[in-house]
Design a protein around this ligand. Structure first.
Ligand code: ZN
Length: 281
């Protein structure tokens, strides 16, 4: 890890531990709620606006360090600014995170630079831009005369490397020879490790998406979940699963059972290594 990464992490953790503008305004002109189902981040912004200027903003919520730090930085960056300026700033920040635009933020917003390091972790991008999207949606509702809005982090940030990843995965050979007996579980497990959630670019086993493997003779039943009920990649993952398990010689029948209970929680279900990669500290 470079010195810069260390510094970035320090800035992020500092905001996470000491969130700016934390709390809730008594009589807000606008209440904007946001959620990122991919990570479980939730936040609520309460904002007072006067003559097109964002006077005060408070934020509260729960979630990973990135999302919480991002909210904290965002509230600092937008306080006292005109709505138009806020929207422009949000656009700049999103372009940096999503499109690789160069970092050219004014000096007083330099903490935001710390979030650029998050770009390495695609799923964390959603965590980092949640606060901004929540604010943008709130402001857009406000312009239309509404005092409340609700944003759910969705498809934005879908990455072009998706198809490459899938190709690379399906091209990789099933690992090792067939062991026998009690290690069939292990065999199925390692076959499932070839199944990659294209959203997060990590395998479903380490993500903790596999809830159960039941083997009856030549029949394998996999109980699994997805990172969010709205996950558009369900069929892709199921297809990969069948493809990967189908390469095991003794497997004759595959049942893939998708369940939503308990809901996936990366904080408790993902492997340690995966958590580090996801940026969950
Ligand atoms: Zn998050």
């Amino acid at each position: 890890m470079s010195l810069t990464d260390d510094l970035y992490r320090e800035i992020i953790l500092e905001h996470f531990k000491n969130p700016r503008n934390h709390g809730k305004l008594e009589r807000p002109d606008l209440t904007a709620q946001g959620a990122n189902p991919f990570c479980g981040d939730e936040l609520e912004l309460t904002i007072s606006l006067k003559e097109g200027v964002l006077q005060e903003i408070r934020a509260q919520g729960k979630g990973c360090s990135i999302s919480q730090a991002s909210v904290s930085m965002m509230t600092e960056a937008v306080s006292g600014k005109k709505i138009g300026e806020v929207e422009e700033l949000a656009g700049k920040f999103k372009a940096i995170m999503l499109e690789g635009a160069p970092m050219d933020l004014p000096p007083e917003l330099e903490d935001l630079e710390a979030l650029e390091g998050v770009k390495k972790y695609p799923v964390r991008i959603k965590c980092a831009i949640l606060s901004w999207n929540t604010l943008l949606e709130g402001l857009s509702a406000y312009r239309k005369g509404s005092a409340a809005s609700s944003h759910v982090e969705g498809e934005e940030g879908s990455r072009p490397e998706l198809s490459d990843q899938l190709t690379a995965q399906s091209a990789s050979p099933p690992d090792k020879e067939a062991p026998k007996g009690e290690s069939r579980q292990e065999e199925v497990r390692s076959a499932l490790k070839q199944v990659i959630d294209p959203e997060l670019n990590m395998n479903v086993v380490d993500l903790g998406l596999i809830y159960g493997i039941d083997i009856q003779g030549a029949q394998v039943k996999v109980t699994y979940t997805l990172t969010s009920p709205g996950c558009p990649l369900g069929p892709v993952i199921k297809g990969q699963m069948q493809g990967s398990l189908g390469k095991i010689p003794w497997v004759k029948e595959i049942e893939a059972d998708l369940v939503w209970s308990p809901p996936w929680d990366p904080h408790t279900m993902a492997s340690e290594e995966t958590k580090t990669e996801l940026g969950i500290w």
